[in-house]
Write a protein that binds this ligand. Structure first.
Ligand SMILES: [Zn+2]
Length: 137
């Protein structure tokens, strides 16, 4: 159910930011989701739409479209500094799924493509971010 909590947070932030920016109507909300984030996109999209309706007291969100963007996961080796996309490394399908659904498993499977070190950090591809709000003043 954390999709609903995340959607609630996104909508609340969007309302707050729109008021600060003096928007009377939001036309589009862009949300960026890291591909390592454990989230069901369909559930999240549905939750966003439902919560937007529930928070629509002053018609701010009546015509708001929810756009979801995926952010690719990028790893960086702590030993040699190489940055890479996990899809470029040779993980098989099953392991790829495992990484997608459980980011902590990434450390078991992922190795730096240059020096084979398992010591890396995730520099991109986690979390949910309210990226942009479009609307009318
Ligand atoms: Zn390396």
């Amino acid at each position: 159910m954390h999709e609903w909590a995340l959607a609630e947070a996104v909508i609340e932030t969007a309302i707050e930011e729109s008021r600060k920016g003096g928007l009377e109507e939001i036309s589009e909300i862009t949300v960026q989701i890291g591909e390592l984030q454990q989230i069901e996109l369909e559930v999240f999209q549905f939750a966003l739409d439902e919560i937007a309706k529930a928070h629509d007291e002053d018609s701010l969100l009546t015509n708001a479209k929810m756009r979801l963007e995926t952010e690719r996961a990028i790893f960086k080796c702590r030993v040699c500094g190489t940055e890479w996309d996990y899809r470029d490394t040779c993980v098989n399908e099953d392991e790829g799924e495992a990484i997608h659904f459980a980011p902590e498993v990434a450390h078991v499977y992922v190795r730096c493509p240059s020096c084979k070190s398992p010591d890396f950090e995730v520099i991109q591809g986690r979390g949910v971010l309210l990226k942009a709000i479009k609307g009318k003043r």
